[in-house]
Ligand binder design. Sequence first.
Ligand SMILES: [Zn+2]
Length: 163
Amino acid sequence: MFSLRLFPDPILRDKAYSVKDFQTDGLNSIVRNMKKIMQENGGMGLAANQIGILKRILILTIEDNIIALINPEIVERKKDKEVMNEGCLSIPELRVDIERHKKIVVRGFDIEGKVKEVSCEDLSARAVQHEIDHLNGVLILDKMERDEKIKFLLSQKREYCKL
Ligand SMILES: [Zn+2]
């Protein structure tokens, strides 16, 4: 019943809501489906919007484990930044050079509602920043130069142009 949502699906532009009730929000099943869809599509992280659920949930691969973070927030950003070419499962045809923090600390909850804090660096730090962008309705195309973005949107030949 869940599937990977692709640009320009409008749900990718919506801001996800905080999870309030860890008992009844069906988190287990959502996270299970997110993992399945991420693995089927060869990603290293995924935000719930990408399977059509507007809740603040992300999953992330760290050293062969997949962890879930509910209501994630970056609580620390180290100064160092790095530009890397980045893709997104929801916009498979696009790659963008994006500058992001190399090391961050992210705090959220696990699916039982226990506080969880994770230090991330390099690819996993990048993935967390990417997925939190998703939870805020922000996509990698928003990081492009305006001209490049317009070119991309025109190449889509779709009636979608939030600039
Ligand atoms: Zn993405």
